[in-house]
Design a protein around this ligand. Structure first.
Ligand code: AMP
Ligand code: ZN
Length: 112
């Protein structure tokens, strides 16, 4: 998808602040962090929303990448928040599936 921001991160057309990568997944720092650590994990393949995800193996890889990023960023002991916003009511702004990993401060519940 040539006009997709996160596809441009994957292709290197826009350089992300990369924290983790494998053949199917890229993780980079959010440009507008909501906590001391805020990382986005994306599949390299363009998948617009969680609703479009049909690859269970990839879904598992995204979750395991979240765990690995949390460990790497020093969040594992105190805990962290993972979020996938889906479509309008979910508050999704970028339509390339991404998993937020947010930590380094106390989170509250429920979300706004
Ligand atoms: P969402 O609202 O779930 O679609 O989240 C989109 C996220 O992408 C937001 O947290 C933005 O701050 C983040 N974002 C937007 N543009 C960039 C960028 N160029 N680099 C890194 N993160 C970005
Ligand atoms: Zn994309």
């Amino acid at each position: 998808m040539s006009d997709c921001l996160f596809c441009k991160m994957v292709s290197g057309e826009i350089k992300p602040d990369k924290v983790y990568e494998n053949d199917r997944i890229l993780a980079f720092r959010d440009i507008n962090p909501q906590a001391p650590v805020h990382v986005l994990i994306v599949p390299k393949r363009h998948i617009p929303t969680l609703d479009d995800l049909d690859d269970g193996e990839l879904a598992g890889e995204l979750m395991l990448a979240a765990k690995a990023v949390a460990e790497q960023e020093g969040l594992a002991a105190d805990g962290y928040r993972t979020v996938i916003n889906c479509k309008g009511h979910g508050g999704q702004d970028v339509f390339h599936l991404h998993l937020h990993v947010i930590g380094g401060r106390q989170m509250s519940w429920p979300p706004g």
